[in-house]
Design a protein around this ligand. Structure first.
Ligand code: NAX
Length: 336
């Protein structure tokens, strides 16, 4: 018997990440090739015409699993009954814009969308925030959706993890699928901490395979932290196909049992975390899943002094981001 339809919301549907994401979701790549789906796509009114075009293209793919496409600009309509929500749409940082301005503008989007999810989505909806600054936007969305379990919210650091995996594979001359246990700690920003200490290549510690501490502590970390900027410099546009791929991997990770001894990175709510990180942040931790859409943070992944120093910096940045938003959007929304 066919499975019941899963409804998937994607925001920013006329944007460049969505253009690389929607077709892959519709093909079955995200939730499985036996899972019928409905796409509910949200856009701003000004971009509805472009979204009509995307809808036409989705129709022209004749995807067998795609049972319905709903488009619109009212989150309360689009989020009705959704089981998975990918919050991609956000304003890009404009010239001269400070981080506080961006957080304030985008914060409002995630207040509205958090409330709409709270009111109309499936009560167990899984939410992945991609729109930047994604960790703090995720905190805002979660804070405005008290009916939805806090553990259902994720901020995307999977693209960063994938970038780090590739760098380790390339440096060591091994295929990328021989690299495991790569992990990003903290914020999806230039303070993120790509962890080489715990990464493995062909099951051996990456530090024993690569042996170049200088490269690991400097070039590796810098290249992952600054990869987004390098792509903008080369392509003239920010990462889109790789970001869409990261979003698919991030959702697949919570619907697939994690292999024993391995983990994936996700920005998750820090309450009760086993690492002593501030308790009211979305922080990227090592996670594992049973494959049922839930996850747990894996304890006891070791830090050395080098990692610890960097992790404290990314935590500090997230606390600062939270303060910027809290002042503008009301403390009770964030700490409530
Ligand atoms: P685009 O500017 O191409 O598309 C964004 C779309 O969102 C636009 O069509 C816009 O009309 C729409 N939008 C804006 N506000 C909206 C709202 N309130 N409701 C619905 N739609 C809305 O950006 P794109 O390249 O697709 O990037 C989207 C977001 O992803 C940006 O915030 C970007 O910074 C972020 N990224 C996050 C990454 C991550 O790893 N977490 C990596 C890639 C990317 O930089």
């Amino acid at each position: 018997m066919a499975k019941p339809i899963k409804k998937i919301a994607v925001t920013g549907g006329a944007g460049q990440i969505a253009y690389n994401l929607l077709f892959r979701i519709a093909s079955g790549e995200m939730l499985g090739f036996d899972q019928p789906i409905a796409l509910h796509i949200l856009e701003l009114p000004d971009a509805m015409k472009a979204l009509e075009g995307v809808k036409m293209e989705l129709e022209d793919c004749a995807f067998p699993l795609l049972k319905e496409i709903k488009i619109g600009s009212d989150p309360k309509e689009i989020f009705k009954g959704v089981h998975v929500a990918l919050l991609v749409g956000a304003k890009p940082r404009g010239p001269g814009m400070e981080r506080g301005d961006l957080l304030n503008d985008n914060g409002k989007i995630f207040v509205e969308q958090g409330r709409a999810l709270n009111d109309v989505a499936d009560p167990d909806v899984k939410v992945l925030v991609v729109g930047n600054p994604c960790n703090t936007n995720c905190l805002i969305a979660m804070s405005n959706a008290p009916r939805i379990p806090r553990k259902n919210f994720h901020a995307m650091t999977r693209l960063d993890q994938n970038r780090a995996s590739y760098q380790l594979a390339e440096k060591s001359g091994n295929p990328v699928d021989s690299v495991t246990n790569v992990l990003i700690w903290g914020n999806h920003s230039s303070t993120q901490v790509p962890d080489f200490l715990n990464a493995k290549i062909k099951g051996k510690p990456a530090v024993e395979v690569i042996k170049d501490t200088q490269w690991l502590e400097n070039d590796f970390i810098n290249s992952v932290q600054k990869r987004g900027a390098a792509i903008i410099a080369a392509r003239g546009k920010s990462s889109a196909a790789s970001a869409a791929n990261g979003a698919i991997d991030a959702i697949k990770a919570i619907f697939t049992p994690t292999k024993p001894g391995e983990w994936f990175s996700s920005g998750v709510y820090s309450a009760g975390n086993p690492y002593g990180i501030d308790e009211n942040l979305f922080f990227s931790f090592p996670c594992r899943s049973k494959g049922d859409g839930t996850y747990e943070v894996i304890p006891n992944v070791p830090w050395n002094d080098f990692l610890k120093g960097k992790i404290k910096l990314t935590e500090k940045e997230l606390i600062e981001e939270r303060e910027l938003v809290t002042n503008k959007l009301g403390v009770e929304k964030i700490h409530g």
